[in-house]
Ligand binder design. Structure first.
Ligand code: AMP
Length: 593
């Protein structure tokens, strides 16, 4: 529930009635008035006869876009934040993705920019990653899809500057971007910021985790002084409170306690599996559930080999990793949304911010580096109020991490067993029965065709003396094809994994996840120190190093350890198990060009 400080009444009455007047005017011009009216009634009634979005006084174009999106009622964060933002107040919000926070700030900001004809951007939204930037920009575009001449531009690293520069030259209302690229454009004068009157910091804690504090402060200092400031963060550590104190002016504070609710919808499970049996275990899990799955692995190479293995087993699979160009990634996500692909094998960085409602299962094939990565991964399912399942693969050495993860997330993760041949065969039989039953009902042939099929049956009976059950068996064999229907691979290894008693793990008290200071979390033996030929003399800062490493390789910002910057070189602790290909990329990375 929302806990609001200094709450105000919904918007100003004047503004509301002005909006209602103009909405009415638009109504008169519409030929399909009745249609729109009935849709509006839908919006206003909502699911539980609440007031829907009408109370905010949004203009007709926004209401139409909400109808298109199928939104009926504002979520708690939207109820709390929209009125405050419409009034022009600063806002400090604690909320995670999945709560509807993007619409909570996008809708009022679009409303306030209705009929904006000026060339320069008015709103800047800063996000920690390019994935989130794309997602937030897409949200702005869809909420403003019915608003004439409303322009949102996304600017983030890893893509060509030219398109971004030419988009910024034309009329822009909202710019969404990552700190590094925003700074570059400001410095080059390609992003004109003199008219920015609102700044949104989205996932501020994540930006701090990635070392962007100095960049954020630099950007804030460049922007005009009198601007509305909005800060959203999933957690509220003291660093975020300090930023809020420093830059926000008497903000409305909104706290949405959604995490528990959200993860409650996700049933969290784990299974013990030794490294060399992981792929087999995965195939067995996928056999039982292959409709909307994301599998998280640690390296790009693994995304490819696993996708190939699953494809060979007959599944529709795609990969999402740092090597895949941005436009191809977008295409992959789109195909996943539309159901052309059922399974995605991804690295953490590539799947940041991914929002696909049909994901039913998240498989943590490789153990996540920390609690935040785990929470982010499993949050890819259970979207928009749906339920989902998350399965974590755990090997002998990771047992104590499991217990730490349970402690830090305050969740009991339930143990499940790797599906045996018996379980899989039962599932196959169930599916076959359903399929046969469905095709007996669904065939909608005309009488003439039905008579022809009965002829076929009569023929089989007379010519080959087959009875009904012989014919049925033959038909089922045709459906099954040449392959053996039942799996009978050796599955004795499964019991050996399952006999591992989780309580035998001694739960190392110097565990890696307990310490809240992530960079000091890891024991030295999980890292190797890399030396890079840039340092203070090159003007390099921690944030530059992290973003270059994350953007050039598949290494997740969270898995980067200690960073020490000396005058002409820097030392960076990186995970010990990096792939050769990643190491080659590291040799070539450039920081600040
Ligand atoms: P967010 O927290 O902004 O990442 O949004 C999470 C998901 O909720 C997205 O898929 C949104 O499209 C969806 N969403 C946001 N607001 C609403 C709403 N009022 N009704 C239904 N779905 C919504």
């Amino acid at each position: 529930m929302a806990l609001k400080k200094d709450s105000n009444s919904l918007g100003s009455k004047q503004e509301k009635s002005r909006n209602e007047d103009s909405s009415l005017q638009e109504f008169k011009n519409l030929e399909n008035k009745k249609e729109i009216e009935s849709q509006l009634l839908e919006v206003s009634k909502g699911d539980d006869n609440e007031n829907g979005f009408l109370d905010f006084g949004f203009n007709q174009s926004i209401l139409n876009s909400l109808i298109n999106k199928g939104y009926k009622n504002p979520t708690p964060i939207q109820k709390a934040a929209i009125p405050e933002l419409l009034l022009g107040r600063d806002l400090l919000g604690q909320a995670q993705t999945g709560t509807g926070k993007t619409a909570a700030f996008a809708l009022p900001l679009i409303e306030k920019l209705t009929d904006n004809k000026e060339l320069n951007a008015k709103v800047l939204v800063m996000t920690p990653t390019r994935e989130l930037a794309t997602q937030v920009a897409e949200s702005f575009k869809s909420y403003s899809s019915e608003s004439r001449n409303f322009k949102t531009v996304a600017i983030y690293g890893g893509t060509d500057y030219r398109n971004q520069i030419s988009a910024l030259k034309r009329k822009v209302d909202v710019v969404v971007g990552t700190p590094g690229r925003i700074m570059d454009h400001i410095r080059q004068g390609t992003f004109k910021i003199k008219d920015i009157n609102c700044l949104v910091l989205d996932e501020a804690d994540e930006m701090l985790n990635m070392g962007f504090l100095e960049d954020i402060e630099w950007i804030i200092d460049q922007l005009p002084e009198n601007k509305q400031m909005v800060l959203f963060s999933a957690t509220m550590p003291s660093e975020i409170r300090n930023i809020a104190k420093k830059y926000l002016n008497d903000p409305a504070e909104i706290f949405i306690k959604s995490v528990k609710k959200e993860t409650q919808l996700i049933s969290q499970k784990f299974l013990y599996v030794q490294r060399h049996h992981k792929l087999d275990a995965l195939k067995r899990i996928i056999e039982l559930n292959n409709d909307g799955v994301i599998i998280f692995v640690r390296t790009k190479l693994l995304t490819i080999s696993i996708a190939e293995a699953l494809e060979n087993s007959g599944h529709t699979v795609a990969v999402l990793n740092g090597d895949i160009p941005q436009n191809q990634r977008e295409n992959t996500v789109d195909r996943l949304k539309k159901g052309f692909i059922n399974i995605l094998v991804a690295t953490d960085v590539a799947a940041r911010g991914l929002d696909v409602e049909r994901i039913k299962l998240v498989v943590n094939y490789d153990f996540p580096f920390d609690k935040e990565t785990y929470t982010h991964r499993i949050g890819r399912t259970g979207r928009a109020g749906r339920s989902g399942e998350a399965i974590l693969f755990v090997n002998q050495r990771e047992k104590h991490f499991l217990r730490n993860l349970e402690n830090s997330t305050r969740t009991k993760i339930e143990e499940i067993k790797i599906p045996s041949n018996k379980t899989i065969n039962e599932k196959r039989m169930e599916k076959l029965i359903d399929n046969v039953n469905e095709s007996s009902i669904a065939k909608d042939e005309n009488e003439e065709n039905k008579a022809l099929i009965i002829d076929v049956l009569d023929n089989l009976k007379e010519k080959y003396s087959m009875n009904d059950s012989n014919i049925a068996m033959a038909a089922i064999n045709l459906v099954i094809g040449n392959k053996s229907f039942f799996v009978n691979d050796d599955d004795t290894w499964i019991n050996k994994q399952n006999n591992t008693d989780r309580n035998r793990s001694n739960g190392n008290s110097n565990n890696r996840m307990r310490n809240s200071n992530r960079r000091n979390n890891y024991q030295n033996d999980s890292f190797e120190t890399y030396k890079f030929n840039f340092g203070k003399f090159d003007g390099v800062r921690v944030a530059n190093i992290i973003s270059s490493i994350c953007n050039s390789t598949n290494i997740n910002g969270r898995s980067i350890g200690k960073i020490q910057i000396f005058n002409d070189y820097s030392l960076v602790d990186l995970p010990r198990d990096l792939h050769r290909e990643t190491k080659n990329k590291l040799k070539k990375i450039k920081v600040r060009n």
